[in-house]
Design a protein around this ligand. Sequence first.
Ligand SMILES: [Zn+2]
Ligand SMILES: [Zn+2]
Length: 118
Amino acid sequence: MSTETPTEHRCVKCNRLLRNPSPDGLGPKCRRMIRRAGKAPELAGYKPHQLEKAVENLRQGGLIPLRKSSKNRVYLAVSSDGTSAYRTARAACTCPAGLKAVHVCWHRIAAHIFDLAS
Ligand SMILES: [Zn+2]
Ligand SMILES: [Zn+2]
């Protein structure tokens, strides 16, 4: 007898209304796009385990777009335990590793995948 759910679920990527709550915050279409983008040849330069981590975190909804319209997209990267969040973009990240710029952190790779999927 329930025709409506009390809470709205929207895709974090395209903001489309979702019929069911989604564990990663993505609609089926966007999830497919991200999965495909994760295999893009542009990502071949990243270390495989870092790329894997980025995809894994994307699946868990670890990356939330903050600004949609800007050319330089900014995301919020949330750690899997939810204790920390960093502002991240393909070019830079505010996490400790990102600030030191020792290596490319998974946040930036995830941002890159998200960029490619748009
Ligand atoms: Zn979507
Ligand atoms: Zn980072």
